[in-house]
Design a protein around this ligand. Structure first.
Ligand code: ARG
Ligand code: ZN
Length: 844
């Protein structure tokens, strides 16, 4: 069944309070609920409670036995036409819950995941985000640690009670119980509230907590300083869980994390891990206001909390680290995941209008494009009006479940702007193309822009969107002739003129990537080399180099052309420019991903050939090693960090640049330098980079075995070990290596991290996954069929590996179609996977 936004109706009852009593048992946990309901004045009186996989033991209304009608997805019951108390007792099986949704067990501990619709697997309840209530929770169990949301109110032997004073929807409910180690901390809020902070981990992980704890304190401080948002309970708990479908979850006062998104130490985590952990801790913490205090009316509004919170965490990372580096990384990610999603059958608006399984809409479009919309809004109204509008949002809507309309209305009220056209960014699917042309006429310089959005099933009749175009003009000598200004484009075609210029300028448009569009430029190619050398905007300077590399690769793929000398020259200058941040230089050296090249080819109407893309990329890397080889050793040496390891941005930047040089060297010395680094390194960043270069150079087998022996007991490090072998494989070996790894005794495929370490790496290896013989497709399909009955959510997510299938040649399409049909023909395929595959498969 499909659910539509237009069908939204409020629930007919208020939930005045909720009291839950858990008696924990691995296979027979009892949950007693006592819920005070009151009919709403205009409700229809229909009393429906969601409930799935529950055994109802008893039900009462105002103390008298009730006789509900039970269906697959819930129950209905006759209820009085006045306030009443609903009491029910149900039984669930946490140990048998491999889907990791609702109450389940992970490594001996009890934990929960309720967003979006998992609470209904815990007890009968109106499991919808617009039903908010105050929860009191009692937990009985012989576990030293018993946690739930809010503040602790009572603790005795084998029992704990929690009270959360802030009304919340059920998806923010959480419970954790087990034998856990605590890493404590504390934070004093700006108004003097002393908050107890705890990071709970499995015994053995004690040494991986300090970084996450510090990130939490930094996040709390940042939200006070930048958004004026203070924490609102006496205690904040974070728990690390090994079996988790996603990154983490913002449950009120009790955030639950995938252990990979919180546990960190220098010898087990890379610099990228540290940065990601800091961002996710911030993200979940920031949800306390953008998500929890103000939540979503329904799941179509998911971007209301996710887009805004991703935007907020990106601001945090920019402040904590390097803003240009963060921006460039985010754009790389957006292009890689969101643009690909927009181009295929899974394209949907940032606010979708229908779905079958909401878990399938936790997408790059909702999250990352959703964040871009907030960023554009801020760019359009200005930083000052943005903060005032957000303050108004908090004032006006605290304690409510809201819509995108509510969000945009605070901006309209604050600024007097009409945001009707801006709303199209939320309702239209697809990535707009923005074409730019120029004119130079007796001292007047004109930029002419044309926007277009390809019609799709999701958006058959697209209309022009408002596009903030941050642009500046550079004088021929490289100085800024016109500093950055925001050109506000509202029409399909629109020109902007600049007068009073002494000479024809070079334009720098879409500075900072001011809108999520594909820029198509008719401007002279020489502009790019000029911008690469001179642009004052760090994003566009990077973008100039990136587009030279992209075009050079695309030419090589189409015609077998040799790499563009302008690119080699540009990289030589960049590499030697010590005024540039090392992290930024390392990013400059990155090449567009092979899947991104396929996206670009498909956009221009060419069928991408994964083998040709691979060959061109390899040729480019070899040519680059040959051209820049003389610099590799000196730059590598200059960026060795000599002081003790710290995961800060400065050190990480040096390591990133040095490791980029190590990869260059690997093509020249067969991995000899990498072997020396591997032996000497005292941190995972350098170890893993070295191992990767050695594997690519074909001399990594011994190191791989030594790595396994050293880390076999560390789950998170072993995930890297599994993934790296697939990532670093030659395309004709990828599926074979992945298949062999699934036979490894530690390939615990029911653990989502471990499953993803092999299958995610396979799907992400463009030429290997798309190997002509179809082995990659076949292997992934086998494992999706196997995982689906165990864990539908993770299976469905992984199906997106096939989302771009229509862009490849007929032979590959035939192979993929056969695999999609094979999976679809599996008896009892989950709703999650069925929805994903039918959307991907499409008709015809
Ligand atoms: N709200 C969580 C976050 O963004 C993600 C929860 C995802 N859950 C899901 N069932 N898809 O941090
Ligand atoms: Zn989130």
């Amino acid at each position: 069944t499909t659910i539509y936004l237009s069908d939204y109706r409020p629930f007919g009852f208020d939930v005045i309070s909720v009291e839950l009593t858990f008696t924990l048992h691995p296979n027979r946990t009892r949950v007693a609920s006592r819920i005070a309901f009151a009919p709403r004045p205009n409700g229809d009186g229909r009393f429906f409670l969601h409930g799935e996989d529950l055994k109802l033991i008893s039900a009462r209304i105002d103390g008298a036995p009730a006789e509900p009608d039970i269906t697959d997805d819930g129950l209905t019951c006759a209820v009085p036409d006045r306030p009443f108390i609903w009491e029910a007792e149900v039984e669930t099986d946490p140990a048998g819950n491999t889907a990791l949704e609702g109450l389940y067990m992970s490594g001996g501990m009890y934990c929960t995941q309720c967003e979006a619709e998992g609470f209904r697997k815990i007890t009968y309840y109106p499991d919808r985000p617009d039903v908010m209530s105050v929860f009191t929770v009692h937990i009985h169990g012989p576990h030293p640690v018993l946690l739930s949301n809010g503040n602790p109110v009572n603790r005795s032997e084998n029992q704990a009670s929690w009270h959360d004073p802030w009304p919340k929807p059920a998806y923010l409910f959480a419970l954790v119980a087990g034998e856990l180690h605590n890493h404590p901390g504390s934070f004093t809020t700006k108004s003097g509230r002393e908050v107890e902070l705890n990071l709970w981990v499995r015994p053995g992980d004690e040494g991986k907590c300090e970084f996450g704890m510090q990130a939490l304190k930094d996040s709390m401080k940042w939200d006070e300083d930048v958004y004026g948002r203070e924490y609102d309970l006496d205690i904040f708990n974070i728990v690390a869980v090994d079996d988790f479908n996603m990154g983490a979850m913002e449950n009120k006062g009790l955030n639950v994390f995938n252990s990979s998104a919180v546990l960190a130490s220098p010898d087990t985590s890379t610099d990228m891990n540290f940065e990601r952990i800091e961002a996710i801790i911030a993200h979940e913490y920031f949800h306390n206001w953008t998500g929890n205090r103000i939540t979503c009316r329904d799941w179509f509004q998911l971007c209301l909390k996710e887009g805004l919170t991703v935007y907020r965490d990106s601001q945090f990372t920019s402040d904590m680290r390097s803003a240009p580096v963060k921006r460039i990384s985010d754009v790389i990610d957006l292009r890689g995941r969101q643009f690909a999603e927009d181009q295929g059958p899974l394209a949907h608006p940032v606010r979708p209008e229908s779905f079958q399984e909401i878990n399938n809409f936790y997408t790059a479009t909702v999250y990352e494009k959703g964040a871009e919309l907030i960023r554009m809004l801020r760019c359009l109204v200005g930083a000052d009006a943005y903060s005032k509008a957000v303050d108004l949002y908090f004032d006006r809507h605290d304690g409510e479940a809201c819509t995108i309309e509510d969000w945009l209305r605070v901006f309209e009220d604050q600024t007097g702007r009409n945001l009707t056209q801006f709303m199209r960014w939320y309702s239209q699917a697809g990535t707009p193309t923005l074409k730019v042309e120029e004119e130079w006429n007796s001292g007047v310089y004109t930029l002419i822009f044309t926007q277009s959005l390809k019609p799709s099933d999701a958006t058959p009749d697209p209309l022009p969107q408002v596009i903030p175009i941050a642009a500046g003009l550079l004088a021929p000598d490289g100085r800024e002739a016109v500093p950055t200004q925001v050109l506000e484009m509202t029409e399909a075609t629109q020109s902007f003129s600049f007068e009073g210029l002494d000479a024809r300028p070079v334009p720098s448009v879409m500075r900072g990537f001011s809108a999520p569009v594909v820029l198509e430029s008719d401007l002279p190619v020489a502009h790019r080399a000029f911008l690469l050398a001179h642009d004052t905007d760090p994003f566009n300077r990077w973008e100039a180099g990136r587009s030279i590399a992209r075009d050079s690769l695309l030419n090589a793929i189409r015609t077998g052309a040799a790499p563009d000398p302008a690119y080699m020259d540009g990289m030589r200058v960049t590499l030697q420019d010590d005024t540039l941040d090392p992290a930024y230089r390392a990013l400059m050296l990155g090449l567009p991903g092979q899947s991104d090249l396929a996206t670009a080819l498909h956009k221009e109407g060419t069928t991408p050939d994964p083998d040709a893309i691979y060959a061109a990329t390899e040729a480019m890397r070899d040519a680059r090693a040959a051209h820049l080889g003389d610099l590799a050793q000196p730059v590598y040496a200059a960026h060795q960090v000599t002081e003790p390891f710290s995961p800060d941005a400065r050190q990480a930047g040096h390591r990133a640049l040095a490791n980029a040089m190590l990869a260059l060297l690997g093509r020249l010395d067969g991995g000899a330098q990498a072997a020396r680094q591997y032996a000497a390194a005292d941190n995972m960043t350098q170890k893993l980079a070295a191992l990767s270069v050695m594997l690519e150079a074909g001399n990594g087998d011994d190191a791989l075995a030594a790595f396994e022996a050293e880390w076999k007991d560390d789950r998170l490090v072993m995930d890297k070990w599994f993934a790296l072998q697939v990532v670093a494989s030659r395309p004709d070996q990828t599926a074979k290596i992945a298949a062999r790894l699934t036979e490894h005794p530690d390939f615990n495929w029911k653990n989502p991290n471990r499953f993803r370490s092999v299958m995610g790496a396979l799907a992400g290896h463009h030429p290997g996954f798309h190997a002509k013989d179809g082995a990659g497709y076949h292997l992934l399909a086998d494992w999706l069929i196997r995982l689906d009955p165990v864990n539908p959510q993770t299976t469905a997510r992984m199906c997106s590996a096939f989302q771009t299938w229509r862009r490849y040649d007929d032979a590959r399409q035939t192979l993929i179609a056969a695999e999609l049909d094979r999976i679809l023909a599996t008896p009892d395929l989950s709703r999650d996977t069925t929805e994903m595959l039918t959307r991907i498969r499409g008709n015809s």
